[in-house]
Design a protein around this ligand. Structure first.
Ligand SMILES: NC(=O)c1ccc[n+]([C@@H]2O[C@H](COP(=O)([O-])OP(=O)(O)OC[C@H]3O[C@@H](n4cnc5c(N)ncnc54)[C@H](O)[C@@H]3O)[C@@H](O)[C@H]2O)c1
Ligand SMILES: O=C[C@H](O)CS(=O)(=O)O
Length: 482
């Protein structure tokens, strides 16, 4: 559809309202995961440039927090409107650098914009209170104040939504923000920053810096000026960043790895469960944090479910994201393909049987054919670990209690999905699944209006909903005497 089209890309970092290159002109290249073609490059900013960005965000903070809430929300609305007006161009950039099908990229841009629209509601900020215990009705006040200078480090799988999900509440609350996007997908973030600039968001309020992750991470986590870090990415990196933030006692939001069980009970609507599994498992070629990881099917319907799932999976069209009707794009890079191959080989060595797929689509490329494996069990790495690829291990279960006991052993706790018509069973799963979000009879749960996040090794804090603004507010108590 748009392969070969010239699409303008911002190849500079955005600091204090200026588009800048690295002080030593060093750059990092960005490749198209579908073709391996060079897309462009972004600056490797120096330590001095990162520190300069932190200072600029601090200066901007003391002005931005004085901007009336309604004005901050008006500017967010202007940003939202520009993004929606530029939706197709942004989606093209996203597909080129991340690889997802254009239709999914359009969906992500809309989803990303919906976070800005959600947090442009001034009512989300009427979180203060007066307490009735003082000498007068106005002598005990509880205020909500912006945390201050914030930093966001974001992943490649949702190059737009994982950024607006942090920037929107931060700016609404009166904070300023420094974003470090993933090196694989910086251009979407820079395009969003360009539109924020056009919307009139003041200089220094939103900054997007690029360069060596470790170098930038060390500066952002060690700076006492940065009062909060919001990180979305792997549990391993999240844990490291949490430790690095400890000396300066930063506020933290950590949206980390997942391992969502997809449970199909004996009374489930099988066709609905198959469609839900397709949506939950194969979105973004299985590269979402809330993807169904292993699929647990009641013994009594296992064979029927497996057959119907395989039939649907074999209909999924692979190809480049810019090609019409493509549903499965490439994985982000060759390392991701190798990880999927490692997990599959481990499963087969432990008795799994490949029902469909099971290999690369093309030898020297990043696609993996959508795969369903039977006879999966809790000993397999693909059941214990986050797959982050289009492989669906089917685990047979006969006993709900045993299944829940096994799931409780898993480290991640982000999302889960259950297909059941039995209200008492639904209530048991809602209580006993140790996750942050559960979808019943659906494979899609995400929405800007809900508190998105997990527990255990999936992190802490919530993004979206009313809870999402709290991540960027501090509480101050005022005692007022005459
Ligand atoms: N819970 C959620 O909402 C959510 C959403 C999307 C992705 N994820 C998780 O993210 C992972 C995939 O994303 P990824 O591969 O980009 O994760 P990643 O942890 O490798 O990288 C995430 C970000 O951290 C940066 N980074 C890496 N090492 C760093 C360091 N030492 N210091 C500072 N920054 C560092 C990267 O450059 C990138 O910007 C998966 O585990 C997925 O489950 C979670
Ligand atoms: O991968 C992580 C994203 O949060 C997935 S979703 O689009 O928010 O469901």
């Amino acid at each position: 559809m748009f392969e070969g089209e010239v699409i303008a890309l911002r190849e500079q970092a955005f600091v204090n309202g200026e588009w800048i290159t690295a002080s030593d002109d060093s750059v990092q290249s960005v490749l198209n995961p579908a073709t391996g073609a060079y897309l462009g490059s972004v600056p490797q900013l120096s330590v001095r440039q990162v520190d300069g960005c932190i200072r600029a965000a601090e200066t901007a903070f003391y002005q931005w927090r004085e901007v009336p809430v309604r004005e901050r929300c008006r500017l967010l609305t202007a940003w939202y409107e520009l993004i929606m007006a530029e939706r197709e161009r942004l989606a093209r950039i996203l597909t080129l650098e991340q690889g997802k099908p254009f239709a999914e990229a359009l969906g992500e841009i809309t989803y990303a914009a919906s976070y800005i629209q959600w947090f442009s509601q001034p009512t989300l900020l009427d979180t203060g209170a007066t307490l009735p215990y003082g000498e007068t009705p106005l002598s005990m006040l509880v205020l909500s104040e912006p945390v201050g200078v914030c930093a966001a480090i974001t992943p490649w799988n949702f190059p737009a939504a994982m950024i607006t999900r942090k920037v929107a509440p931060a700016l609404a609350a009166g904070c300023t923000m420094i974003v470090k996007p993933a090196p694989d997908t910086p251009f979407t973030a820079l395009a969003l920053a360009e539109l924020a600039q056009q919307a009139g968001i003041p200089v220094g309020v939103l900054n997007v810096i690029t360069g060596d992750a470790q170098v930038i991470g060390q500066r952002l986590t060690s700076s006492p000026t940065v009062r909060k870090l919001s990180f979305t990415g792997s549990t391993a990196v999240g844990s490291t960043l949490m430790a690095n933030c400890a000396p300066t006692l930063k506020r933290l939001s950590l949206e980390l790895g997942g391992n969502a069980p997809f449970i199909v009970c004996d009374d489930a609507d099988i066709d609905a469960a198959v469609e839900g599994a397709i949506a939950a498992k194969f979105r973004n070629a299985g590269q979402t944090c809330v993807c169904a990881n292993a699929i647990y099917v009641d013994d009594s319907i296992y064979d029927v479910f497996a057959a119907r799932l395989v039939a649907r999976v074999q209909q999924l069209k692979l190809g480049r994201g810019d090609e019409a009707d493509v549903v499965i794009g490439p994985l982000i890079n060759r390392a991701a393909v190798h990880k999927v191959e490692r997990l599959l080989a481990d499963a087969v060595s432990k008795g799994a049987r490949v029902l469909c797929g099971g290999q690369r689509w093309r030898e020297d490329a990043n696609w993996f054919v959508p795969t369903v494996i039977a006879n999966a069990n809790f000993e397999m790495a693909c059941v214990k670990e986050e797959i982050f690829g289009p492989v669906a291990p089917l685990v047979r279960f006969t006993d709900e209690t045993y299944l829940l006991q096994q799931l409780r052993q898993q480290h991640a706790g982000l999302a889960a999905y259950v297909y059941s018509q039995d209200l008492k069973q639904i209530q048991r799963f809602a209580r006993d699944l140790e996750v942050g979000m559960v979808g019943f009879n659906t494979g899609l749960i995400s929405d800007a209006a809900v508190p998105f996040g997990g527990v255990k090794a999936s992190g802490m804090g919530r993004e979206g909903g009313r809870q999402g603004i709290e991540e960027y507010l501090e509480t101050k108590y005022i005692k007022l005497s005459n």
